[in-house]
Ligand binder design. Structure first.
Ligand code: MRU
Length: 361
């Protein structure tokens, strides 16, 4: 097991005048390199270019990023500080549209600003309070991911094959992950199983990140191309699918990395349970269903020039949505820190997540 303190996905280094340090995931698996971000713009760029990615990690990055440079303006007073923070938040909100954790985390920091200023807090103390909140978003995510792992570990049967798509692991969160936390906890409980990791075109999060982190943590992982999943299922190698989520609507429709919907359809066709693991912060109960989830469209060159090499004729039309929405009807259960939600429907979701969500707003 690698030293996790050495490989923290994201953290704030230092005091109010500190900076954000994150693993530059665009350099994996070749190099484990950390990137230091000292301005809001540098964090915006890190999120946009997927140096830091995965819904919970994006939220943590945004919460911390919004505070960069804020201490330089303490002399301007709490009103001006608030304005600067809201400006930074507004900018970071434009970095990526689909993962709701980004918006959730920024709203939480802004709420903390309101509470702190109302209680008369100002100057360095105010920035320090906001920094505590951003750090707590990260620490809480670590605890929540462990709890997700504990909720779902029993679903991984002895000797089974598990298929996952994209990366919903430690790299996508403060630690452990969501889908992969279930696997880490099952392994810690002594379960033996085999993981099939979809490579996840076009940016290869499965090949570059999931295969890398599972291998480092001693989990038996086999990499497959996305178009091999049907065959692997037909051969009887997969007994369950677990993926993460970027946004879950009130009825359970789930946005996750492009290709997830196809995997869910395949799982249904082969009678294999399809699970989604996610924290409460990934639920968006303001959306009745998945049709209103914004789907990020990305640069066509990710498809035509993956990792530098031209693999398509110059000038060809490309459609490159980064996410798709899996209908709730294809999801066997949602694995969360408050337990397993089954069946997946609005009543069950509001019953388990709703109350918590209201207190969070
Ligand atoms: O584009 P990415 O790499 O940010 O997409 C990530 C995913 O789709 C993950 O499955 C999701 O964010 C869950 S991470 C726990």
């Amino acid at each position: 097991m690698p030293d996790q303190t050495e490989t923290r996905t994201i953290e704030w280094i230092g005091g109010v005048d500190g900076f954000v340090r994150l693993i530059d995931q665009t350099r994996l698996p070749g190099e484990l390199v950390f990137r230091e971000c000292r301005t809001v713009e540098e964090v915006w760029e890190a999120i946009r270019s997927l140096r830091v990615r995965g819904a919970p990690a994006i939220g943590i990055a945004a919460a911390m990023g919004a505070l960069l440079g804020l201490h330089q303006h303490v002399a301007e007073g709490p009103v001006a500080l608030g304005e600067r923070l809201r400006e930074a938040s507004a900018r970071l909100r434009t970095s990526r549209p689909t993962a709701v954790n980004l918006f959730w985390a920024l709203a939480r920091v802004e709420r903390s600003l309101k509470q702190a200023t109302e209680s008369g807090c100002s100057g360095d103390k105010l920035v320090s309070r906001l920094l505590d909140e951003a750090r707590e978003i990260g620490e809480e995510d670590r605890r929540v991911c462990l709890a997700i792992g504990d909720s779902g570990a029993h679903l991984v049967g002895e000797g089974c094959g598990v298929l996952t798509h994209c990366n919903a692991g430690a790299l996508a969160t403060a630690d452990y992950g969501t889908a992969l936390a279930v696997l880490y906890r099952a392994a810690e409980n002594g379960r033996r199983f085999k993981v099939y990791a979809d490579e996840t075109r076009p940016l290869l999060q499965g090949a570059r990140l999931t295969a890398w982190e599972l291998q480092r943590r001693g989990i038996d992982v086999t990499l497959i191309c996305d178009n091999m999943a049907a065959q692997v299922m037909k051969e009887g190698r997969v007994q369950l699918v677990i993926v993460g989520a970027d946004r879950i609507a009130a009825n359970g429709d789930t946005a996750n990395k492009i290709g997830t919907y196809g995997v869910a359809v395949l799982a249904r066709a082969h009678g294999i349970p399809f699970y989604v693991a996610a924290p409460a912060s990934t639920f968006d109960l303001s959306l009745a269903d998945g049709s209103a989830i914004p789907i990020e469209q990305r640069d066509p060159r990710e498809v035509t020039h993956g990792f530098g090499k031209a693999t398509a004729p110059e000038g060809v039309s490309v459609y490159n949505p980064a996410f798709d929405v899996t209908p709730a009807t294809l999801i066997e259960a949602l694995i969360t820190e408050v337990g397993v939600i089954r069946p997946v429907n609005e009543e069950m979701i509001r019953g388990m997540i709703g109350l918590r969500d209201q207190t969070e707003q």
